[in-house]
Design a protein around this ligand. Structure first.
Ligand SMILES: O=C(O)CCC(=O)C(=O)O
Ligand SMILES: [Fe+2]
Length: 394
């Protein structure tokens, strides 16, 4: 990822600070990043107990529902091959639009991703995570950065630690994007100005590794959050489930389907669609006996692109565009201010641990002139200060 003027500008130390904990094992491994040997053993250190910093509050670790999330599985290959009257594509677009407007998640098959390539990527990631921690730490993610190796317990966190390790890469995309083509086809030509919105974008590929956990019901692999990026493509490895979405007050599983890619809307797309499409609130749970892996591709615009919805979605209350035949109930007053991806990335890496309310907290932070997190969090919309826990979830 190229140098971002916002990145690495904070005063946060590169090293974990001593923290107060009542769990000896956790203290032992958390006090210093140089205690690699001890950290390496963390996941298996105590056969029956997780260290206290990994224990999540009951509200976040709320029990999961058995009911699978009601989300469409769209065969995009078949829809695109449908040379007839376009009915297949229209139907697929309707299903996707409905899912995006409700919880923000759908799955795609027939996408053309070579299964052998997907397997190789998952196996490559698995090989990395099997390396000794000291070796993995050579690729350590620097504070404020989005790329590199990260494990909360070797970084600066002190509470609500996710039970996982991650390895992230930047991916610069020089091509015109299928996402814009799709939304142009669904939402009409007013999305055309987005034509190059994602070109030159600096997206992120993240490998997630969730070790088996002795107390899975007391922790989370990834806490409840919305991805700040625009759109996420997720490949779940094998048949180990873990991804869950909050729908109708319940955490519902999104079980892996062979060959399917999960697609979810992120905060940037929610802002781009003026709230029409919901940023998906999701989390990942872990298992007692089984480890789990997933690969997430976070589609992001170029750092300096201004995130602003197309005019079609932005009619002020009471007005409507002349070129729109029927009254479009999707026209809403502007919900979020202009921002750049660099600003949102900076906010989630330095000031705020991505959660269900990132976008509102971010809007409030921008409104306050984005001076410091303390200023942002003193306002009602950002009432829970997370300044000490940034870079936790995304
Ligand atoms: O591993 C998963 O299923 C979800 C991961 C996730 O939400 C993320 O990496 O942002
Ligand atoms: Fe996520």
């Amino acid at each position: 990822m190229p140098e971002n003027p916002h990145h690495n500008s904070g005063s946060r130390s590169d090293h974990p600070v001593p923290v107060a904990m009542d769990d000896d094992a956790a203290r032992h491994v958390l006090l210093s990043a140089s205690a690699d040997a001890a950290i390496d053993d963390l996941w298996g250190q105590q056969p029956n107990k997780i260290p206290d910093p990994f224990v999540w509050p009951h509200a976040d670790a709320l029990a999961s529902s058995e009911r699978e999330l009601d989300a469409p599985v769209v065969d995009v290959g078949a829809a695109m091959r449908d040379a007839g009257d376009g009915e297949g594509m229209r139907r697929a677009a309707e299903l996707v639009a409905a899912a995006c407007a409700s919880h923000g998640l759908f799955q795609v098959t027939g996408h053309g991703l070579d299964p052998a390539l997907a397997r190789a990527a998952l196996d490559g990631a698995a090989g990395f995570f099997r390396l000794p921690l000291a070796t993995k730490q050579r690729a350590r993610r620097a504070p404020g950065n989005l790329t590199g190796f990260a494990a909360a317990h070797v970084d600066r966190f002190t509470s609500n630690l996710p039970w996982k390790e991650t390895l992230s890469f930047a991916h610069r995309d020089h091509h015109r994007h299928v996402v814009v083509d799709y939304f142009t086809s669904v939402l009409g030509t007013d999305f055309k100005p987005l034509g190059d919105f994602f070109s030159d974008g600096c997206s992120i590929m993240r490998c997630n590794y969730y070790p088996a956990c002795p107390e899975p019901e007391r922790t989370l692999g990834t806490g409840p959050h919305c991805d700040p990026s625009a759109l996420t493509l997720l490949l779940q490895d094998g048949d180990v489930d873990g991804l869950q979405v909050l729908a109708a007050g319940e955490w519902r599983p999104v079980r892996p389907r062979p060959g399917a890619l999960v697609v979810n809307i992120g905060d940037t797309f929610m802002a781009l669609s003026n709230g029409r499409y919901r940023s998906c609130l999701h989390r990942a749970v872990v298992h007692r006996e089984r480890e789990r892996r997933s690969l997430a591709f976070f589609l992001c615009p170029r750092e300096d692109r201004v995130v602003r919805p197309p005019p079609r979605l932005l009619t002020a209350a009471g007005e409507h565009h002349e070129d729109i035949e029927e009254e479009d109930e999707q026209q809403q007053p502007r919900r979020y201010p202009d921002f750049t991806w660099a600003e949102l990335a900076h906010f989630t890496q330095r000031h705020y641990r991505a959660d269900a309310r990132t976008l509102d907290a971010f809007a409030c932070w921008l409104g306050a002139g984005a001076p410091t997190c303390a200023a942002a969090t003193s306002s009602a919309a950002c009432d829970e200060s997370q300044a000490d826990e940034a870079q936790g979830t995304f």
